[in-house]
Design a protein around this ligand. Structure first.
Ligand code: URA
Ligand code: SF4
Length: 208
């Protein structure tokens, strides 16, 4: 099975990683998407946020979490006392996966397959190695299962502080829901409050 591994340069320089990711063909998703959406934020970040994959707005802008989910995330970070400018924000999968509506106009988000998530993981692990965050916040099941395995159930374990396995021991991780799920929730206010609670719990692990 092909993956992103052969495209990932042996470096911890984020600009080099980002430039190489632009040419990744580690899975089929590069074909229909506009561009690779690599992570963004300072190398010095103590917190890394991981989403699922870029959406329509991110695919066009080339930056993660700049659309509706990103606006909700910005507000939730502010409400948790976190400055987004000091956070590194990325996704488990770097290309937008979508289908078209019947008229072929609107692009509709499709969940990435397990194979695509695993194919793209070398970029995420390269970002982890480069940034070496103290805390990784996993937004939704795709991000959580990319790093914690398919047995990890966000619904049961959201807000729990766990350790990242493998080479990243020492980094704390907290999984929570995806901001898009809050936008769709029947009780949006409660879903938002629970999300902010998880973020607050997560940032408490930072030793200052
Ligand atoms: N949803 C994600 O998971 N990531 C983005 O960057 C935008 C929306
Ligand atoms: Fe490469 Fe990831 Fe894009 Fe697939 S989704 S082509 S692995 S960057």
């Amino acid at each position: 099975m092909s993956d992103a591994g052969e495209f990932v340069p042996d470096t911890t320089a984020l600009p080099k990683l980002r430039a190489s990711a632009a040419a990744c063909r580690g899975c089929g998703l590069y074909r229909d998407a506009t561009r690779t959406v690599f992570g963004a934020g300072p190398k010095s970040a103590r917190i890394m946020l991981v989403g699922e994959q870029p959406g329509d707005s991110e695919d066009l802008a080339g930056e993660p979490f700049v659309g509706p989910a990103g606006r909700l995330l910005d507000k939730a970070l502010a409400d948790s006392g976190v400055d987004r400018a000091r956070v590194y924000v990325t996704n488990a999968v770097k290309h937008f996966k979508f289908t078209r509506d019947e008229r072929g106009k609107r692009r509709i988000h499709q969940k990435p397959s397990r194979t695509e998530v695993v194919s793209c993981r070398p970029w995420l692990t390269a970002e982890l190695a480069a940034v070496q965050p103290e805390l990784v916040v996993l937004l939704g099941a795709t991000a959580a299962q990319s790093l914690l395995g398919t047995g990890f159930k966000v619904t049961q374990r959201r807000g729990e502080v766990v350790e990242l396995p493998g080479d990243f021991t020492g980094a704390h991780a907290v999984a929570t829901v995806h901001p898009s799920a809050i936008l769709r929730a029947p009780d949006r206010e409660k879903a938002y409050a629970d999300f902010v609670d998880d973020l607050r719990t997560a940032v408490r692990v930072l030793k200052d």
